[in-house]
Write a protein that binds this ligand. Structure first.
Ligand code: UD1
Ligand code: CA
Length: 450
């Protein structure tokens, strides 16, 4: 089975500068959802019709073929643009729309199997929509067989009452499809070449056309507006949460837990409310994540505890404790058993095993060994206004409170820094560095002042 995915339309109703099919649902482009569903249903080749924002679509989407529909003259015209790509094809061509992101591979598999078993030239996927506004309606003959599809804008008041809609998903005999497509006309309310008209053309040529109804209408929802986008997001999020719970993850409050499609979470991890787990994040087993946390493109090991944290594009190893109020910024690796908490920012740094950053630190561009204890208020001074420099800290280093480490600088293994120091030179192994003015007590100062 080969697949064509229609993604050239303007998406006028989205009121967006971004092509509609690149809007994300649960962190993944609508078009990518559809491509993934096609691949998982067994499609061996995906041809995506692009037009509006074509360059952007090509940038974001990979592992498919693209065909340009320079002018968007309708869904039928869009498919016709790919005619040459299928010259040597035989068998089933599945057609999908880039704006139905909730469709899954299981349904497409059943649907295409039903088509192939029916010997029909064309099969359309239909659904009973609670609100059919905007969709093409399925008109059936008195014997229940498929008669035709009427677009909402072309439908009579009587036809608009029909709740069975065209999902915009079809299986065709590829040869018969392209023969019939050349006969589609644009004499309708929108002046467009409608793909669904192919069905009537095939039918009048004596071919069998058939309809397959999806059990779960939500899978066939088409996204034309931001309101529908939010509805799709909610449905998919619920499904994601349910599938994680079914695989052994505890989600305290699914209504306030936002987990993207591609995220993986291990067994017995507990997710607390108001938590966002986004992008390609992978979280291990037995973790406790949240409340009020956001993870984006993170790799997280097992037994990690993180509350009130924002962590992105970094790695956190096993048995780390984070939070409250920790910001882990891109390019960081937090090694096992590290503790970071209470208003700490770490950027582009390696924090070695068992090291402690307990409160109020900024560590940027730092390579820290294991077993270090970094005092409250320590800051790496990594930027001279033009360039960034790295700070190197060995193993078992102790930095006293409120110290500045002016990079580039190295604190060797087992070295110490006295509280309140501004360190500008390397500290050798086992040395204590103190870099602050000596205290002076002035006897009787108050009496003299009066
Ligand atoms: C279409 C169907 C309608 C169905 C609905 C399901 C037609 C005429 N109507 O309506 O029966 O109920 O989908 O969601 O097919 N596109 C192109 N080139 C074009 C026009 C559209 O690539 O020239 C693409 C769009 O990018 C979109 C898809 O085709 O991904 C569907 O187009 P859209 O305008 O959203 O069609 P609907 O009005 O939703
Ligand atoms: Ca649509």
């Amino acid at each position: 089975m080969e697949t064509v995915i229609l993604a050239a339309g303007k998406g006028t109703r989205m009121k967006s500068k971004l092509p509609k099919v690149l809007h994300k649902v649960c962190g993944k482009e609508m078009l990518q959802h559809v491509i993934d569903a096609a691949k998982s249903a067994g499609s061996t080749r995906e041809v995506v019709i692009i037009g509006n924002g074509a360059e952007l679509v090509k940038e974001k989407i990979s592992d498919v073929e693209f065909v340009l529909q320079a002018e968007q003259l309708g869904t039928g015209h869009a498919v016709l643009c790919a005619k040459n790509n299928f010259e040597n094809s035989t068998g089933t061509l599945m057609i999908l729309c880039g704006d139905t992101p909730l469709i899954d591979g299981e349904l497409l598999k059943k649907f295409s199997a039903a088509h192939e078993n029916s010997n029909a030239a064309a099969t359309v996927l239909t659904a009973e929509m609670p609100d059919a506004t905007g969709y093409g309606r399925i008109i059936r003959e008195s014997d229940g067989s498929l008669k035709k599809i009427v677009e909402h804008k072309d439908a009579t008041d009587e036809e608009k009452k029909i709740s069975e809609v065209n999902a915009g998903i079809y299986c065709f005999d590829v040869k018969k499809l392209f023969d019939a497509l050349t006969k589609v006309k644009n004499d309708n309310a929108q002046g467009e070449y409608y793909l669904p008209d192919v069905l009537t053309i095939l039918k009048s040529a004596g071919e069998k056309i058939s309809a397959y109804t999806a059990e779960d209408y939500t899978q066939t929802l088409g996204i034309n507006s931001r309101v529908q986008l939010a509805e799709a997001e909610k449905i998919l999020r619920q499904k994601k949460n349910i599938s994680l719970m079914e695989s052994g993850v505890t989600i305290i409050d699914p209504a306030t837990t936002f987990i993207d499609s591609e995220v993986e979470v291990g067994q017995d991890t507990i997710i607390y409310p108001n938590t966002f787990i986004e992008g390609k994040t992978k979280i291990g087993e037995n973790c406790s994540i949240g409340p009020n946390s956001r993870f984006f493109d993170m790799i997280v090991g097992d037994n990690v505890q993180a509350q009130f944290c924002y962590c992105h594009e970094s790695e956190i190893c096993n048995d780390v404790i984070l939070g409250p109020y920790v910001h882990i910024r891109p390019g960081s690796k937090i090694f096992p058993k590290v503790k970071i908490g209470n208003f700490v920012e770490v950027k582009n740094s390696n924090i070695g095993e068992g090291s402690k950053l307990p409160h109020l630190q900024y560590l940027g561009d730092t390579d820290m060994g294991s077993g270090c204890n970094i005092g409250c208020g320590t800051i790496t001074v990594n930027y001279d206004g033009k360039k960034k420099f790295r700070t190197t800290i060995g193993d078992n280093v102790f930095v006293g409170c409120n110290s500045n480490l002016v990079a580039p600088v190295t604190l060797e293994n087992n070295s110490y820094v006295g509280a309140g120091s501004t360190i500008t030179e390397n500290v050798p192994e086992k040395n204590l560095a103190i870099a602050r003015a000596r205290q002076k007590n002035i006897t009787g100062w108050k009496d003299k002042r009066n």
